[in-house]
Design a protein around this ligand. Sequence first.
Ligand code: ADP
Length: 321
Amino acid sequence: IRKIGILTSGGDAPGMNAAVRAAVRTAIGFDMEVIGIKRGYNGLIHGDFIALDAGAVGDMIQRGGTFLYTARCMEFMEEAGQKKAFEMAKKHGIEGIVVIGGDGSFRGAEKLSAMGLPTVGIPGTIDNDIVCTEYTIGYDTACNIGMEAIDRLRDTAQSHEKCSLIEVMGRKAGHLALEVGIAAGASAILVPEKEYDIKNEICRNITEGQKKGRTHHIIIMAEGCRDKVQDVAEIIEKETGISTRVTVLGHIQRGGAPTVRDRVVATRMGYFAVELLRAGRGNRLVAMKGNALTDYNINEGLMMKKSIDETLYTICQTVAR
Ligand code: ADP
């Protein structure tokens, strides 16, 4: 394999640049040429390419976001778009593609592989919601940013003796909420994977905590919970009489310089992905299992199951009171 392409697609995540950098430099080490494809599958369809040499990815490892830009591409959802993308890759002599993104991006990668263009997916999302891997690039940074933001909110909640209800990201999964909540010392964490009872459980704990002398309360809610954060705040205020402020962290959690863990995992995954392509293996997803890297067939990888960490949840129920 002499020439590969690399793209970032779907939601951005800190550490994507580190993965691109590692993939580019690994490929160059194997005497391959590397083409950077801009704005995900959009760039592939329209030939929006830049040649990447070792220098082009310098000064990138510490940057959040993705310098290749990312996008959602409706045209690529259709067979006609996929064919255009395939032809464009062929025209430019691209013999394999590294796709950094989430589930949707991998479904697209699978389509290209089926047409005869080998692809390897690297999991990049702050939500850690890709089922075949224990870790996704960006997750640790998002956890740390979430924790720092909540530490700040705690100062004001403590001073005013209030309840602070904070919505964290995570799409349909509660991984981010659970870890951020534990790290920030929340008194309750609501995740979509678990039943909760706001009146009888959360509010009662707040009232009991108050009786025992607790002056402020930090409650974490995952964005994937079925209840609306404002509604929950109203119930808490009504039931406990404690003034409750809502903060939605939103995209704050997606930005910023990647942490050590994200830079290192991204570098390992970028290297691993290029090794797979070099070994002639396409239609693969890079995954982490117990701190080792492995790979799965894309379809099989996307069909696996993953739940939130039960032990961590139990610990949290015990400690967060
Ligand atoms: P993520 O990769 O973060 O899950 P999306 O689900 O938005 O983000 O997917 C990113 C892009 O991948 C889409 O805009 C589209 O171009 C492509 N894609 C998503 N699903 C499919 C699919 N089933 N078939 C082909 N391409 C897809």
